[in-house]
Design a protein around this ligand. Structure first.
Ligand code: 5AD
Ligand code: SF4
Length: 484
């Protein structure tokens, strides 16, 4: 594996290579020198803390940051009282930004106590010019700022920032290339995310993602398959294929490759027992995909299908390219092919111009579909998106009231749905010791529901059969039925 690459063989006195990823390994070797100097001076390795905000894509990116830091010799820690702290930020809603500014205040205090501490910021929020301006003006104690398109250059930027006391800022407005074969340090040994595409071309009118993550770019199938084969050899049994809109995977290849075709290839890889994917856009979900899912032994019976709104008028204003009826038909098709599938969704309330009637249509769709669970969001006005300039922003109290009503309905329905599985035996991948009760372990079912059961660390990473004994709304308590 590249994680084990011998950095000491790299001549750091030579000129840096121009080719990637060799260039980055050169800088990792340089960074390792810096780490050794630190060790000599302080009698211990420097510590590094990577904090992730936001989605699964960011979580995967953070594993890449951690891979580089650990190959360079940093000791990873979850404590922010570290020698190096990096925040991988999100900007999808305004409160994500506010959290980062709040936490930066706390880091500033830590840095006052430890002036050698170094702070870096990366991720989606850094792609917003106004954010970078604010950091330059009011957060001078930050050492390094970079964006989503040059994350592969982390090692190089790290070395650059070690060589100066000034803030190093490197944010690109588009992706130049996808760099393969960089180190990764996975959070879980038995499951992993796998990027299949980057960026988004949909420009939903409320969403900042296309501006901060750039245009859609698919990874080559051979690179994806090779990565999954390696993960499988390394003990991974569950993978999550990641993209903002996985259903439009491979459209730009010549000849095109469909997402369903990719899934069929992934299915053939020995050792992988579960395949998940995220996120599907309803407008691009094909019959081919439904058929492939229905015939698959490995693809989980779970579909995350963001609805956003149940009103066709609002969906149009959101630039979603489907109507309420199209969404309902799609759900019916999926359920006809896979009656036991769990369908989950994202819903936004308070989009500009949303009337009580529009909102009631969302409530109606929620009821008719019967989502197994739903993430509900209050519309957040994102600068630079078309919706931010729309008239008729909905007053806060009205949005709050609708949000509460929606959440209540979503929870009621999810609880009814979950209750139906009580008493059944389900396959569960055990992921961790329970956070609150160490006599229990916590795992996930095929349909993504959480189960707690008696057990210890030996069960972690194992696929076991569990009888669901009690349903507590959106999670279960169970007992081992038999193990495999
Ligand atoms: N305001 C509220 N929610 C948003 N989302 C994306 N942009 C916004 C916004 N401006 C939600 C969508 C998307 C999920 C990841 O975040 O529901 O599916
Ligand atoms: Fe945002 Fe729409 Fe792209 Fe999802 S599909 S990332 S909601 S623009």
């Amino acid at each position: 594996m590249y994680n084990e690459m011998d950095l000491d063989k790299i001549d750091i006195n030579a000129e840096p290579p121009t080719e990637e990823p060799a260039r980055q390994y050169y800088f990792m070797a340089k960074c390792r020198e810096w780490v050794r100097e630190f060790e000599k001076k302080n009698g211990r390795r420097p510590t590094a803390c990577t904090q992730t905000f936001g989605c699964q894509m960011n979580a995967r990116d953070s594993e890449k940051l951690s891979g580089i830091l650990s190959l360079c010799g940093f000791a990873e820690t979850t404590e922010e009282e570290a020698d190096f702290v990096i925040y991988n930020t999100c900007t999808v809603r305004e409160n994500a930004n506010s959290r980062v500014y709040g936490r930066l205040g706390y880091l500033h205090n830590l840095k006052k106590k430890n002036p050698d501490m170094r702070i870096a910021l990366c991720g989606c929020m850094m792609q917003e010019p106004a954010v970078v301006e604010k950091l330059k003006k009011s957060y001078r104690f930050v050492n390094l700022v970079f964006g989503t398109h040059n994350i592969y250059k982390f090692a190089e930027l790290l070395v650059q920032s070690f060589e100066t006391d000034h803030m190093v800022v490197d944010v690109w407005d588009r992706a130049e290339q996808i760099v393969e074969e960089l180190p990764v340090e996975r959070k879980y040994p038995f499951k992993s995310g796998v990027n299949i595409m980057f960026g988004c071309n949909n420009f939903c009118s409320y969403c900042i993602v296309p501006y901060v993550r750039g245009r859609e770019k698919s990874r080559e199938p051979k690179d994806i398959l090779r990565e999954i084969e390696r993960l499988s050899k390394d003990g991974v049994v569950e993978i999550m294929l990641l993209g903002q809109n996985v259903n439009s995977y491979g459209k730009t290849f010549e000849p095109p490759v469909t997402f369903a075709q990719l899934l069929q290839e992934v299915e053939k890889i020995d050792g992988i027992e579960r395949i998940r994917f995220m996120t599907s856009h309803p407008k691009d979900l094909s019959e081919e995909l439904i058929t492939v899912m229905a015939h698959s032994k490995k693809i989980c019976r779970h579909l995350h299908l963001p609805l956003q709104s149940g009103s066709t008028r609002i969906l149009q204003a959101m630039n979603r390219h489907y109507s309420k009826e199209m969404y309902l038909e799609l759900v019916e098709k999926v359920r006809n092919a896979m009656p036991d599938i769990a369908i989950t969704t994202d819903i936004i309330v308070g989009f500009p111009g949303e009337t009580e009637e529009d909102f009631l249509e969302t409530m109606e769709v929620v009821e008719r579909v019967g989502f197994d669970s739903a993430f509900t969001f209050i519309y957040s006005r994102r600068r630079g998106t078309p919706a931010a300039d729309m008239q008729e922003q909905v007053p806060e109290e009205i949005v709050k009231d609708r949000f509460d009503r929606l959440l209540k309905k979503v929870q009621e329905i999810a609880a009814q749905k979950s209750e139906k599985l009580t008493g059944s035996v389900q396959k569960v991948l055990v992921e961790s010791i329970n956070d609150h009760d160490t006599s229990l372990v916590t795992g996930k079912m095929d349909n993504n529901s959480t189960v707690h059961l008696p057990g210890d660390a030996r069960l972690i990473g194992r696929m076991v059969m569990v009888r669901l004994e009690e349903c507590r709304g959106f999670y279960y308590y169970g007992k081992l039925a038999e193990s495999r």
